[in-house]
Design a protein around this ligand. Structure first.
Ligand SMILES: Nc1ncnc2c1ncn2[C@@H]1O[C@H](COP(=O)(O)OP(=O)(O)OP(=O)(O)O)[C@@H](O)[C@H]1O
Length: 257
């Protein structure tokens, strides 16, 4: 069987620092995978490795069974808002169109008619077309996040990778964004990374925990021991009161407080 994304024993070092250590991960086509982990746990590095932006120190990556360099155009990327300069004097449409140029900014570039049509179609799909001429600094956090998703979609990817898509938005935008992703998941494999346990969503069909090493059992339940190891604190306390079922039920007679 070939997976949408398959990593075998992937490690990444920055100098002496191990950002990823022998990561193996198989993501089936059509999955909606959430990767949670603490700040600095290696989530962005994991996405960059899958995108081919960072060469792993060791290990192997396949996309739909093909080497990464033959399949990188099947992947769309939605970066963290915090890595995005909102003061840049460009419009929503420009941001989305830039993805059609491989992310390069080219002033006075004449876009092809088909690029503009594609970008506008995606903006319409995400209910953003009315904002296409607005400067990106004048968008709300939730709107900008959706524009970045539109940007990731304009390359018509089969796999969409998102870095902290709800870090800067309120609860109602968060659920709007996850509903949108769930809709997109009908046609695409989606991988979301986040450090925010509260963002752990019932929308995911599979959850992994990353802190240098990756723990993934292919379903949406994480055992408590693993998450405590990964986060270095009793995360069950954080998950309590959260409407989504993240942990396996406690054993009978165990103190649940
Ligand atoms: N270019 C780099 N050079 C050196 N160290 C780096 C570089 N990029 C990341 N690191 C380090 O690698 C580790 C993993 O970083 P990464 O950005 O992948 O984590 P993260 O889980 O995405 O964090 P956050 O949740 O804070 O965004 C961190 O200790 C970070 O400081």
């Amino acid at each position: 069987m070939s997976y949408a994304v398959e990593l075998k024993d992937v490690s990444v070092k920055y100098g002496n620092l191990d950002a990823l250590k022998n990561i193996s991960l198989q993501v089936a086509e059509g999955s909606f995978l959430g990767v949670i982990g603490p700040n600095g746990g290696g989530k962005t590095t994991l996405l960059k490795v899958i995108l081919g932006l960072i060469e792993p120190t060791t290990g192997d990556i396949k996309i739909f069974g093909h080497p990464l360099d033959q399949a990188v155009d099947k992947i769309g990327y939605v970066p963290q808002i915090s890595n995005f300069d909102r003061n840049f004097p460009i419009s929503v449409l420009d941001v989305v169109l830039m993805a059609r140029l491989g992310g390069r900014v080219r002033f006075f570039h004449q876009y092809k008619k088909e690029d503009i049509e594609k970008a506008e179609a995606v903006l319409e799909q995400l209910n953003l077309l009315q904002l296409k001429d607005r400067q990106i600094g004048k968008l709300s956090g939730g709107q900008l996040q959706r524009v970045l998703i539109a940007r990731g979609l304009t390359v018509e990817p089969e796999i969409l990778l998102l870095d902290e898509p709800t870090a800067n938005v309120d609860a109602s935008s968060t659920s709007q964004i996850y509903q949108l992703l769930k809709e997109l998941n009908k046609e695409k494999t989606i991988i979301v990374v986040t450090h925010d346990m509260a963002a752990v969503s019932s929308y995911f069909d599979s959850l992994a925990c990353l802190n240098e090493k990756l723990y993934h059992h292919g379903d949406k339940q994480l055992d408590q021991h693993t998450t405590e190891q990964v986060f270095g604190c009793p995360v069950d306390l954080i998950a309590h009161g959260h409407p989504h079922h993240v942990f396996e039920p406690h054993g009978e007679g165990e103190n649940d407080d």
